[in-house]
Design a protein around this ligand. Structure first.
Ligand code: NAD
Ligand code: TYD
Length: 375
């Protein structure tokens, strides 16, 4: 397979809702959709909280209802400093129809669904919560969107729905790549996408699906590879690298992902699916080296550990559609994004210590067979 993307003429099928986006400048977000009242789910998590921050920076008139169940991955500290006159936090579960309807105002401009169980390793231990939140919860939101006359529905999905590429070819995931989810997490996200598609096709709901690669940046829960490495290395603890360390991921700085989501919310084609990627493929072992080198820690901290069952070999995103249609480009390089991320974790050791206590320690010893150090 070679690097090809079926491109259509975006000007022909772009939807024009007629109203104006609150801010046509600065971010280059522009667009024709009214975005003044957003209902963001999972906004106390890693990417959702970065998205709310970006919305408040870029769209001075936009208010956000932030609906989050505060699972182990949700953290109110992630929302510190947000403008409380525009930020309305609601503690609730997206599987709870009554709670969603109670929080969702009639005529809300858009639902942006970040809420999910998001960690592959946890889905291998137990898929139950992944099916509940990622599949059933998405359907609850789709139904509520119709009931409340919500204008747009954006489903934040993942490149993992498209399965795995081999490391030695030139293939990339395009918007037309087939579904081949390999983990329970990926399968649940693929199922959610199908429900979004069906809501568009059957009921004419104005939907969008975004598929992004591996995010990194501030406030990421340290079960994921990059913050886990940072947390361990900062404490001079070993860094577990699965298998041969040659699996490839396509990394993007979280704010670049969020800016792409915002751009698509404002301008994306109704019913469209868009890949989001920063053309930044890296092998895990090289990522580990980058982190240790940047921290001035020895590479001898790396430990090869048992591989993840069904471990996808390579993800690589072809982002040409969003680049060509909207001129979106990532602002951070790998080096600048990593620098910002490391600075944040260094400056926020209190945040890290708090999230690494309690249940995290149980998870760590189950996953890695050793205790996480107490700090
Ligand atoms: P995260 O695990 O950091 O945060 C998930 C948030 O959702 C938490 O605040 C949690 O409390 C909330 N949540 C979980 N279940 C809920 C429920 N039933 N009801 C309401 N809230 C609930 O995840 P993240 O890394 O920020 O990912 C956000 C979204 O982006 C997910 O949909 C994920 O699939 C997708 N995504 C993530 C990445 C990545 O690299 N992290 C890449 C592509 C796509
Ligand atoms: P992860 O951050 O879990 O994201 P995903 O599996 O969704 O891509 O893992 C990123 C890569 O790092 C993946 O190839 C698995 C690998 N990995 C390790 O090598 N060691 C670890 O401790 C973790 C959590 C992941």
């Amino acid at each position: 397979m070679t690097r090809t993307t079926a491109h259509h003429d975006p000007a022909k099928d772009r939807v024009n809702i007629g109203a104006t986006c609150a801010n046509l400048g600065g971010a280059g977000i522009g667009g024709s959709n009214k975005l003044e009242n957003l209902f963001v789910t999972g906004g106390a998590g890693f990417i959702g909280s970065a998205f709310v921050r970006l919305v408040f920076e870029e769209m001075p008139h936009c208010e956000v209802v932030n609906f989050d169940a505060l699972t182990y991955a949700g953290n109110l500290e992630n929302l510190d400093g947000l403008d409380e006159s525009r930020h309305h936090f609601v503690h609730g579960n997206i599987c709870d129809r009554d709670a969603v309807l109670a929080a969702l105002d009639e005529g809300t401009d858009a639902i942006v669904n970040f809420a999910a169980e998001s960690h592959v390793d946890r889905s291998i231990h137990s898929a139950h919560e992944f099916i509940n939140t990622n599949v059933l919860g998405t359907q609850v939101l789709l139904d509520a969107a119709r009931e409340r006359g919500v204008s747009r529905f954006l489903q934040v999905s993942t490149d993992e729905v498209m399965g795995s590429l081999t490391e030695d070819d030139e293939a990339f995931f395009t918007e037309d790549s087939p579904f081949q989810p390999n983990s329970p997490y990926a399968a649940s996200k693929a199922s959610a996408e199908q429900l979004v598609r069906a809501a568009h096709h059957t009921f004419g709901l104005d939907t969008l699906i975004t598929r992004c690669g591996n995010n990194y940046g501030p406030r990421q829960f340290p079960e994921k590879f990059l913050p886990l490495m940072l947390a361990n290395a900062l404490n001079d603890e070993p860094i577990p690298v699965y298998g041969d360390g040659l699996n490839v991921r396509d990394w993007i700085y979280v704010e670049d992902h969020c800016r792409a989501v915002l751009t698509l919310l404002a301008q994306g084609r109704s019913g469209g699916t868009y890949n989001i990627g920063a053309r930044n493929e890296r092998r895990n072992i090289d990522v580990a080296h980058s982190v240790l080198d940047a921290l001035g820690k020895p590479r001898s901290l790396i430990r090869s550990v048992k591989d993840r069952p069904g471990h996808d070999r390579r993800y690589a995103i072809d982002p040409r559609l969003i680049e060509h249609e909207f001129g979106w480009r990532p602002r951070e390089t790998w080096e600048s994004g990593l620098h910002k991320t490391i600075d944040w974790y260094r400056d926020n050791t209190g945040w890290l210590d708090r999230v690494r206590s309690g249940a995290y320690r149980e998870y760590y010893s189950r996953q890695y067979g050793v205790e996480a150090d107490a700090h």
